[in-house]
Design a protein around this ligand. Structure first.
Ligand code: C5P
Length: 235
């Protein structure tokens, strides 16, 4: 089993106030860009892997600067440009792996810097056990409400059996590449994760235990909290 890794980092991150501060994947937490933390976890994972990073064409300089902050300066990555949606950025990353002889792929959001080796190992084991698609997820803890546009509760939604999806989402390479290519060819560009493309294509998706620390940095506040966490507990 040989793994390709696609780290998607081509988003603009408007919800985190990128207009003033630049895209969130390059914001500093614990003194280093978010993407360096994410990349280091994969680069130091002791398994053979090929890493592709998908960036926005405007971010070449930011990315080169970030590379200088990696824990190991021998880390090699292939760089490709992303598309207007996460889905199309992932497809660009998968295409870049087509020529390498990988059997499986892990697809990771650059903005989840607290992914860890134990989680990668759980995903890897599930792939090694024969899973076609693996989704790390945590059971939803909050009580869920459906709201109306005018701010009223419409109903309480049962949380039984509900999970919050994380990354890395992991797949056999050929089927997920073909599912992604089919989704794009059929004009769908609205999938927000890769497991939903696998579901759409009829691939069975296996749940593995995610990590509560593996949060996605979405809002400005998330970046500040991540920075504070690392200042207290440097990795
Ligand atoms: O926008 P969202 O929070 O879903 O982004 C998740 C990940 O996908 C981020 O790491 C972001 O950089 C990436 N992304 C991308 N290309 C896009 C949009 C998002 O690579 N067009």
């Amino acid at each position: 089993l040989s793994c390709g890794i696609v780290i998607v980092a081509a988003g603009r991150g408007e919800r985190a106030g990128s207009q003033q501060d630049g895209p969130k994947q390059y914001r500093l937490i614990g003194g280093r860009p978010v993407i360096c933390h994410t990349l280091d976890v994969f680069a130091t994972w002791p398994r053979q892997k090929t890493i592709v990073v998908v960036i926005h064409p405007d971010d070449e300089a930011l990315f080169q600067q970030a590379l200088g902050h990696l824990a190991d300066n021998r880390t090699t990555v292939t760089l490709v440009h992303g598309g207007p949606t996460r889905q199309l950025s992932v497809l660009a990353g998968l295409k870049a792996l087509e020529a390498s002889r990988i059997t499986h792929v892990m697809i990771q959001d650059a903005v989840r810097p607290f992914v860890d080796h134990a989680l990668l190992d759980r995903c890897f084991s599930a792939l090694a056990d024969g899973a076609e698609a693996v989704l790390p997820a945590v059971a939803v803890a909050d009580t869920l409400k459906r709201g109306s546009p005018d701010g009223k509760v419409v109903e309480t939604v049962s949380r039984t059996g509900l999970f919050a999806a994380q990354t890395p989402q992991c797949f056999r390479f050929e089927p997920i590449l073909s599912a992604h290519a089919q989704a794009a060819a059929s004009g769908r560009a609205d999938f927000t994760d890769d497991a939903s493309i696998a579901e759409w294509a009829g691939m069975p998706v296996t749940l593995v235990e995610g990590s509560v620390d593996n949060i996605k940095l979405t809002l400005k506040r998330d970046i500040r909290m991540a920075d504070e966490k690392l200042s207290r507990n440097p990795l």
